[in-house]
Design a protein around this ligand. Structure first.
Ligand SMILES: *[C@@H]1O[C@H](CO)[C@@H](O)[C@H](O)[C@H]1NC(C)=O
Ligand SMILES: *[C@@H]1O[C@H](CO)[C@@H](O)[C@H](O)[C@H]1NC(C)=O
Ligand SMILES: *[C@@H]1O[C@H](CO)[C@@H](O)[C@H](O)[C@H]1NC(C)=O
Ligand SMILES: CC(=O)N[C@H]1CO[C@H](CO)[C@@H](O)[C@@H]1O
Length: 291
């Protein structure tokens, strides 16, 4: 009895040490795994917008209650969730149009005929224009465009979190990232749904007012439906006080005219549309051309 005591103590000590070592190993492995899972892959583009979820939800409420109250039956919680589900836990360079189909199905919005306004390199002015002409719509005046305007988002395969550190850059990383695929799909649908007269506000203060590589030149113009759209009206806007670099008679607009007429849609073009000019003059009344 007496001499079994030290033996028991030795065994106890041994078990204690074993448990300690096992515990330390478990903690080290656990910390490493946790750090690995929270360490997102580094992409070359800016990360998701901070508070993406809250902003998307609040914009959805604003839009459906204040901007277009006829959409007040839309369920913003569901829309936010469908938006998140489109990209969360997925490889951010594997986006497809199908990822967004549930979201688009949920939102469905039609723009009345003659009210569609495209823009290229004239975003701010085009938005001022539709703000004044309340019944006109740019893509950002539709619910999904309004929610996503200027936001960035991406997730990570094997994580339920959004990646706020970095997201794929469309050129440096991949073009099939979730932001690019979203805007291309939305732009395509927006163009397909246009009817009657469609308008496009182009920038006459850059050398190519029409650019085949822009979203308008790459996606929208090719998805206008000739059975629905009879005329595309282009407004080439020149910045006040700047020498005009392109106009309706320039070669880039000729390029556009050719594409549109090939598609059996009538094309008209106007330099310095007076309603838009008026907006420019409200901002800069001292310009000589505003008198
Ligand atoms: C929603 O509308 C309110 C009131 O007009 C505004 O203060 C707020 O910034 C808007 N929120 C978003 C996310 O646009
Ligand atoms: C046209 O493009 C120039 C250069 O990018 C920009 O400074 C200007 O604001 C644009 N004009 C309009 C009307 O958007
Ligand atoms: C459009 O307006 C700008 C500024 O007033 C002027 O400089 C330009 O010559 C005009 N362009 C055309 C084609 O009328
Ligand atoms: C084109 C480009 O800039 N690629 C970079 C993206 O980021 C990785 C890692 O941060 C760089 O190795 C690439 O050169």
């Amino acid at each position: 009895m007496a001499d079994s005591r030290p033996k028991k103590a030795k065994i106890c000590l041994c078990i204690f040490l074993c448990l300690l070592v096992a515990g330390v190993i478990a903690v080290v492995v656990g910390v490493r795994m946790w750090r690995h899972s929270s360490e997102h892959k580094k992409w070359n583009g800016t990360g998701s917008t901070a508070h993406f979820q809250e902003i998307a939800l609040e914009r959805c409420y604003n839009y459906t209650q204040l901007v277009q109250p006829e959409l007040r039956d839309r369920d913003c919680q569901k829309i936010r969730e469908a938006f998140r589900n489109a990209f969360i836990s997925k490889d951010p360079c594997s986006a497809t149009e199908e990822d967004y189909h549930p979201l688009l199905k949920l939102v469905k919005q039609t723009v009345p005929c003659d009210k569609t306004v495209f823009w290229s390199k004239t975003k701010e002015l085009a938005h001022q224009y539709t703000k004044v002409q309340r019944e006109m719509f740019t893509l950002e005046d539709t619910l999904l465009g309004y929610i996503a305007d200027d936001l960035r988002w991406c997730g990570d395969a094997g994580s339920y979190e959004m990646n706020y550190q970095s997201c794929p850059h469309w050129k440096k990383d991949c073009s099939n990232n979730f932001v690019s695929v979203f805007w291309d799909l939305l732009s395509k649908r927006f163009a397909e749904n246009a009817c009657g007269v469609a308008q496009v506000v182009l920038n006459g203060s850059i050398s190519n007012a029409f650019d085949r590589k822009s979203t308008f030149g790459r996606v929208e113009v090719h998805n206008l439906n000739p059975m629905k759209v009879h005329t595309l009206q282009a407004w080439v806007i020149h910045d006040l006080g700047k020498f005009p670099s392109d106009s309706c008679s320039g070669s880039s607009i000729n390029d556009l005219r050719w594409i549109v007429m090939q598609r059996n849609i009538k094309f008209t073009c106007h330099d310095n549309y007076s309603s838009v000019k008026f907006l420019q003059c409200v901002k800069k009344p001292e310009d000589s051309s505003c008198r």
